[in-house]
Design a protein around this ligand. Sequence first.
Ligand SMILES: *Cc1c(COP(=O)(O)O)cnc(C)c1O
Length: 338
Amino acid sequence: MIDLRSDTITQPTPEMREAMATAPVGDDVFGEDPTVNALEEQVAELLGKEAAVYMPTGTMTNQVSVRTHTQPGDEVFMAGNAHIYHYEGGAPSALSGVICKLLPEKRGIFTADDLELAISPDNPHFPAPRLVSVENTSNRGSGSIWPLQSIQEVEKMARKHGLKMHMDGARLWNASVATGISEKEYASYFDSISVCFSKGLGAPVGSALAGSAEFIHRARRFRKQFGGSMRQAGIIAAGALHALNHHRARLAEDNANAKMLAEGLSNLPGVELDPNLVETNIVIFNITSVSAPELEKRLREHEVLVLAVSATSIRGVTNLSISSEEIPQVIDAVRKCL
Ligand SMILES: *Cc1c(COP(=O)(O)O)cnc(C)c1O
């Protein structure tokens, strides 16, 4: 099977398993797991922040961040297609009691003006505006990268209104590899950053939240409340650490494979896709001759796994398990199935 459903499906490599098997561990709730500590220090350093904290999932790092930045009744601004709103089980309202205000977006990117228009006046009728979340790269935006200038403008507007800035950087690594803009530079506009090790980096488990020492200190209490404090977590953190040090640069291959896939698909009759808009490892295309669920089913018979993300659109995500030699096979399978 050529599995393009997500970049979460990867298996740990033998070297990663070895690193996990031999990692020194301790009780992380006591702060005594050397591997978790090393991972947290490295992530903080990489993102140019004072501290970071390891958690089981990116949903948890995002939601702990929302909880740490806000009070119940506060308002959190994000793109209308944001992962935090769509794919995290309604957590902002369930766990933090906040209101999400969804902004108009193009491929997951909104403007400073969109943000300013949405900010409620300081008046007891309205929720208190508190936090802005930027998703880079944007998942439902087809892996789009936020231009640095858009981030700068949104940040300036947020500061003008006294708002905090969070980045959902589950795939920030893919953006940095594509643009050459460091993770640290992207992170410098944000109070908190969530990054995932279990997506393109290929680790089996985990995400980290980075920010100021004071912010991360408070976030640790919410991680505990949400049930995310683990004991000998070095076993899994070792996989994340290995991924960070060995799989980050190779994301360029995933980005290039996605481009190759998009270019091939865009030449097929019945496929709607602009390959110039594929910037990282996510390819979303529209089809006209069959339904997306039907194409997903047919492709499975050709040993290609993709996800129908709407009635008319299909998503393929290149990842560690996909080699460039397999891309022409995928294109050929789509051609046959259409
Ligand atoms: C995958 C993802 C997350 C986190 O997902 P988990 O499965 O909870 O680790 C967060 N944000 C974005 C944009 C993602 O793609």
